[in-house]
Design a protein around this ligand. Sequence first.
Ligand code: FA5
Ligand code: MG
Length: 381
Amino acid sequence: SAAAAAAVEVGGVKIARDDVVKEDDPTNNVPDTIFSKIGLQLHRRDSHPLGILKNTIYDYFDKNFAGQFDKFDDLCPLVSVKQNFDDVLVPADHVSRSYNDTYYVDSQTVLRCHTSAHQAELLRDGHTHFLVTGDVYRRDSIDSTHYPVFHQMEGFRVFSPDDWSGSGMDGTAYAAADLKKTLEGLARHLFGAVEMRWVDTYFPFTNPSFELEIYFQDDWLEVLGCGVTEQEILKRNGRTDHVAWAFGLGLERLAMVLFDIPDIRLFWSNDKRFTSQFSEGKLGVKFKPFSKFPPCYKDMSFWINDAFTENNLCEVVRGIAGDLAEEVKLIDNFTNKKGMTSHCYRIAYRSMERSLTDEEINNLQLNVREAVKNKLNVELR
Ligand code: FA5
Ligand code: MG
């Protein structure tokens, strides 16, 4: 493909296809479909929903913090394992480090799986208030709110003892209260009145840690993770005796709610009927679907093996069907007397832009079956 031949430049770093996609290298698991997204930087397009959202969040911080937040939106998404994991205290055996969850360029280099990968270096460079927006990459399931490339905005604020000493609170309580106040204010700035709730959670780099959920399409949708930064991170990066808060927003999740965008694949559409509906500075214009093509469902069953994972299956499906794959869902699962386990997956195919022919879908499904059999070494039933 054209993309496969190209090289791209991000934040002054030149990234050649062959440096990122190495099919025969077992320490590399980046497919061409992922390489083709590097450098697109949807968040830097002022008339794209993600760019409009980023700019509106910038406005909130500019207004409330007198321009104290330094902004970064062009940091290279290729980072070291150290930056992505070690620097934010992710334990050596944490699942997020696995080849099943993360795209590795080689054993020491990944496509960042979160914007938290930049916290340590920015702290070391002396920044105390910053926002980092960027594309992030994860091997994941296929449905309307998950995509292997999405965008996050990281926020980080450092406090010195002077900030909390008069408050009657300790530094941690003070930072936690300020964090919640700041993010609730942001949610009101973006949504006006909206139903939201805080949920306690765990991150290796914050304690306490929280998630904010927003009520959307009859369900609670997780839109961000946040918390009070672990002391160890501050200590290692020149801020002993300080406290800090940090958050990581999922920009697509927020934009889906704000613009009524029903499927995460639409953010990548170049179709004028999508792109022309948004303009710079206009947050919350409701998207009018230009098509409601019916999905087509195809089931496939196979005996899994020990190496089988759903993320691997989804990668194979995306490799063949690309964005025509709308959802991959386990619908049946049983183990027979011999101890063999069978999974049945239902794949929903649908284009956001046109209707698919029966022939096209049958061909896709045939190719998916072949690829699943060959690449995952499972026995089709
Ligand atoms: C993180 O990535 C943490 N780095 C966030 C953080 C930063 C916590 C700083 C504390 C301090 P998590 O994996 O939950 O956390 O992702 C953050 C947000 O990204 C989620 O709330 C969700 O809105 C979004 N997100 C996660 N996975 C996907 C996906 N596959 N597609 C679209 N959005 C996603
Ligand atoms: Mg989460």
